[in-house]
Design a protein around this ligand. Structure first.
Ligand code: UDX
Ligand code: UDX
Length: 479
């Protein structure tokens, strides 16, 4: 039986103040590091089935790059913050267990290409059930389809040992990569959905150590689950909206930055998330919208599904439009031309490349037989090739010898932005790393073939300066 509430106060629910998190990824790692940092009286243990990842968390080379993360991890690690692969034992010892495993888009079967693959979440629930005595609070941190808590509860209830009782909470994470530590330190809001007031209070007490109480929103489970999907859909929709306008700007003489500024000063619209770009990436936006689309279809709302799907279609259009522009402006061929690609991560200040627009643009350029040399301060050649291979593989994960050969022969990396541009016909800026603004464009220009093109997919560079030097500059949403 699922215990809810009444017999327990939040004090008794968290008797020993031991929490753990399953999944030491981009969300689990930083979030737990912040809790450990802010709540020295709580023992925080992060577990993962990937032993290489855990070894990295225990080393000086953390597996993910986030400004400020290293300092916070080294401060608490070995005191009240631990990382291990000992999933079963750690669950046994913990009062509260966060599930922060990945929930990728399904690539097979029912819901292929849309629904979230909940295999890992389900496995976590079973492992928790098998290793629990007494009362545990299970917290969904992963982004999940609305009503997943129902399934998690059923699994816990049916597989749990006699006497084991559970409360399930939804506590989606809103941090953005690159600013994760700031977002965790000073969140706009923390959202906690649940059925048991005592369990909700136990989690409120943790965040309450540093987050003002009026920023901790409590709701029912389903509102919390759906709010995360809705928040990401609204954010992505803004990017697709401004990108749609950018296409119109390019053909009408309007300037997308001026338009964004003009509309963003309307307090009802607001200035954030109106930066036109080569397209949004990251592990969340596309996955969560497709998941939303799937849910709408599942619940018999095809018009609502179609509405949200358009946000992803517009993003695909923007990525494709960018690579087509490059080819078109370079005299309709990039075959055997060297193109310097500046940035591969899906945004600045992260080493994350999941769903980065750069993967799609590079794929298009390589298919046009361009030779691309990439410079990203945080992304390795192995990682780049892995992403391209993934995109160019078929449903069974197989890649043709022809495509494999293209990836091996036409994709290289450089040690600096200037080195990538040396001898190139064009520069394509795909990630907004600030260091790209501070290179010596005069000498870069001299080192390139003429005419030297710049395709600025982030409107990062000073267009007038580059034009004065002699570059032919093409930016997003500018004619
Ligand atoms: C998170 C969320 O959990 C996801 O739902 C959200 O939409 C995006 O952010 P993230 O932290 O970015 O995912 O994922 P990832 O960096 O892939 O980390 C997940 C970790 O879980 C991996 O290290 C993986 O090894 C681990 N894992 C996965 C387990 O420990 N057990 C499993 O059964 C599956
Ligand atoms: C997003 C949400 O912001 C966060 O709340 C949620 O928890 C996870 O998903 P993240 O994907 O890490 O975070 O980064 P975000 O800053 O939202 O950027 C996503 C993508 O949109 C990036 O590729 C970024 O470059 C792009 N973007 C963002 C734009 O192109 N223009 C903008 O104005 C804003």
């Amino acid at each position: 039986m699922i215990a809810t509430t009444q017999p327990f106060s939040s004090e008794t629910l968290m008797a020993n103040k031991k929490i753990c998190c399953i999944g030491a990824g981009y969300v689990g790692g930083p979030t737990m590091a912040m809790i450990a940092h802010r709540c020295p009286e709580i023992d925080v243990h992060v577990v993962d089935i990937n032993s290489a990842r855990i070894a990295a968390w225990n080393s000086d080379e953390l597996p993910i790059y986030e400004p400020g993360l290293h300092e916070i991890v080294t401060e608490s690690r070995g005191k009240n913050l631990r990382f291990s692969t000992d999933v079963a034992n750690v669950i046994r010892e913990s009062d509260m267990i966060f599930i922060s495993v990945n929930t990728p888009t399904k690539t097979f079967g029912i819901g292929n290409g849309r629904a979230a693959n909940l295999e890992y979440v389900e496995k976590c629930a079973r492992t928790i059930a098998e290793n629990s005595d007494g009362h545990k609070i299970v917290v969904e941190k992963s982004t999940l389809p609305v009503r997943t808590a129902e399934a998690v509860k059923r699994i816990l209830m049916s597989s749990g040992k006699p006497g084991a009782t559970f409360d399930v909470l939804s506590n989606p994470e809103f941090l953005a990569e690159g600013t994760a530590m700031e977002d965790l330190q000073d969140p706009d809001r923390v959202l906690i959905g649940g059925e048991s007031q005592a369990a909700i209070q136990a989690l409120v007490d943790i965040y309450g150590a540093w987050v003002p109480r009026d920023r901790i929103i409590t709701t029912n489970l389903w509102s919390s689950e759906l709010s995360k999907l809705a928040a990401n859909a609204f954010l992505a929709q803004r990017v697709s909206s401004i990108n749609a306008i950018s296409a119109l700007c390019e053909t009408t003489g309007a300037d997308v930055e001026e338009v964004a500024n003009a509309i963003g000063t309307d307090s009802r619209i607001g200035p954030k998330f109106l930066k036109a770009s080569v397209g949004f990436g990251g592990s969340c936006f596309q996955k969560d919208i497709l998941n939303l689309v799937y849910l709408c279809e599942h619940f018999g709302l095809p018009e609502v599904a179609e509405y949200w799907e358009q946000v992803v279609k517009m993003n695909d259009f923007q990525k494709r439009r960018f690579s087509s522009h490059i080819v078109k402006h370079m005299f309709n061929t990039v075959s055997d031309k060297k193109i310097a690609v500046w940035g591969f991560a899906f945004k600045k200040d992260t080493n994350d490349t999941r769903e980065s627009a750069a993967i799609y643009v590079c794929r298009d350029l390589v298919e046009e037989r361009a030779r691309i040399t990439i410079y990203d301060p945080k992304v390795s050649l192995d990682q780049i090739r892995l992403e391209l291979r993934r995109l160019m593989s078929n449903d069974q994960g197989a890649i043709s010898p022809h495509d494999e050969n293209l990836i091996m022969s036409n994709v290289t990396v450089a040690e600096s932005a200037a080195q990538a541009a040396d001898g190139a016909h064009a520069i394509a800026v795909l990630t907004e790393w600030e260091e790209f603004q501070h290179v010596d464009f005069e000498s870069i220009f001299k080192s390139m073939h003429q005419p030297a093109f710049v395709f600025d997919g982030r409107n990062l560079l000073d267009r007038d300066l580059l034009t004065d030097i002699g570059f032919e500059v093409h930016a997003i949403g500018k004619s």
